[in-house]
Write a protein that binds this ligand. Structure first.
Ligand code: GLU
Length: 485
């Protein structure tokens, strides 16, 4: 019988949910749901120097926004809690003691300056800096002496010499590390707080994890963790390390890469659809079987497979994300798009926070006019700018259009029609233009272009009748007068 699938996303709550963390969470989640397994969110907060109390909430909120839900975590509890490592210290300490008793770990009294000196000497000799194991063989007297001096030891794991640690990574295949390249590492700091490599092992076996899926940066931690599993007599989970994410220059993506939107909160704030973001994230390093690129969460649950997670690094391509996001927005019901876009018009002060019905209807139509072009909600601001200002910027191509000889006659006639019109709905505009055609004998481009350019400054744009209707009679009259002046 195979083990039930239990997987986890185990962030250190140091900040907002990052796109890399979101990918790790998503892959774990999909594997759990596909196999009717459990998805656990556990917080690794034993490194208190990097800790941020709001980090827990912002991680959970980010996951929630993406539509990733969990079966066990800090908020809902579960059978293997607590799900936050600082609340599990009582579980770890006896195990550290056990390893010391069994001579698999030992107290190390080296001070920071001892260690620095050692590192400097090693570097001078051209060796790889690595703890020498100096405190491995302290006599009882030496230990007592250090204790009497008031030194607080850290506890180091005794790395077995001359061994090769091998394992099969579900993504990377066979991996091996020589233990001689690994110094005795600290599993508990002098303040009694155990370190990541130790607690992650204890939690993963106590929480009965079947597979550990995490970022590639943890690959080199894996042999250390495997040695701890062995020392504690526990069975190993499977491991799967997800490749690096590169920026468009094919360098390792850095959180400081300003051209990339990297935090899930930002996508939410800019008015992206979470479905689109999930769809984009899953393709960073996972390749579906067929040609299809668009997937709902349910489809992903059905199709996701660790076997198709790519070994090579994946590039984070914002253009692709925006293309994908635009595809989702085009297909979404208009009112959903309004929810994403309208708050941006309000935030920019273009529309009031409280909308009367007429203004709201107008805004819905405006957003509908641009739905095809939106990549995300906030895009509406730049796309619809000219509806909110007195004037507009004239495109170069537009200048040329305005030089054509029929233009004044067309605009004068259209102005007269607009002034005389009693209603100004989108459906009323076409008949007005028809009248201009009859009056001036101009049709086609020669007719429409000057009207469009005279009102918007642009040679291309959205539906002309709707654009004119939404500009409103007053603005249309003012702009035509200005164009004629
Ligand atoms: N806490 C680690 C991190 O945030 C994850 C470690 C793991 O998944 O084993 O990178």
């Amino acid at each position: 019988m195979t083990k039930p699938v239990r997987v986890r996303y185990a962030p250190s709550p140091t900040g907002l949910l990052h796109i890399g963390g979101a990918r790790t969470a998503l892959f774990n989640y999909l594997l759990a749901r596909k196999n009717n397994g459990s998805f656990i969110v556990r917080f690794e907060d034993t490194d208190q120097t990097r800790h941020m109390e709001s980090g827990i909430d912002s991680q959970l909120n980010g996951l929630r926004w993406l539509g990733i839900n969990w079966d066990e975590s800090v908020d809902i509890g579960g059978p293997y809690g607590p799900y936050r490592q600082m609340e599990r210290l009582d579980l770890y300490r006896p195990l550290v003691d056990q390893l010391v008793q069994e001579d698999k770990s030992y107290p190390c009294y080296c001070t920071e300056s001892d260690l620095e000196k050692e590192r400097a000497e090693q570097e001078e000799r051209g060796e790889m800096p690595m703890y020498s194991g100096k405190c491995r063989n302290l006599t009882l007297e030496q230990r007592t002496q250090f204790e009497a001096e008031g030194r607080k030891p850290s506890i180091r794991f005794k790395v077995p010499r001359d061994r090769v640690i091998q394992f099969v990574d579900k993504v990377r295949g066979e991996v091996e590390f020589e233990t001689n390249g690994i110094g005795d590492f600290i599993i508990m700091r002098p303040d009694g707080i155990p370190t990541y490599n130790f607690v992650v092992v204890v939690d993963d076996y106590m929480m009965k994890m079947s597979t550990v899926i995490r970022a590639e940066e943890h690959l080199t931690n894996t042999p250390r963790q495997i040695m701890i599993y062995e020392a504690l007599g526990q069975e190993l989970p499977e491991f799967a390390h997800l490749s690096l994410i590169l920026n468009p220059n094919r360098k390792k993506m850095s959180k400081r890469d300003a051209s990339l939107i990297q935090f899930i909160d930002q996508y939410n704030e800019l008015g992206y659809m979470p479905e689109a973001v999930v769809n984009f994230i899953v393709l960073i390093g996972w390749s579906p079987v067929g040609e299809e690129e668009f997937f709902t969460m349910d489809e992903l649950i059905e199709q996701f497979d660790l076997d198709r997670v790519l070994k090579s690094p994946a590039v984070f391509d914002m253009d692709k994300l925006n293309w994908m996001s635009n595809h989702y927005i085009k297909k979404a019901p208009l009112l959903r798009v309004v929810e994403l876009a309208l708050p941006h018009l309000q935030k920019e002060g273009l529309l009031p926070a409280e909308l009367d019905e007429a203004t709201r209807d107008w805004a819905v139509k405006l957003i509908g006019l641009y739905q095809e072009q939106l990549r995300f909600g906030a895009d509406i601001v730049s796309l619809s700018e000219m509806f909110f200002s007195e004037g507009f910027t004239m495109e170069e191509e537009g200048e040329a259009v305005m030089q054509e000889e029929q233009v004044p006659a067309v605009l004068r006639s259209f102005l007269a029609q607009v002034e005389a019109s009693e209603t100004f709905e989108a459906a009323d505009i076409q008949p007005l233009i028809k009248k201009v055609q009859a009056e001036t004998g101009t049709k086609g481009k020669g007719l429409f272009m000057p009207i469009r350019v005279g009102l918007t400054g642009q040679v291309h744009g959205r539906d002309l009748n709707m654009t004119i209707h939404l500009l409103g009679k007053e603005k249309v009259i003012a702009r035509l007068q200005k164009a004629l002046a």
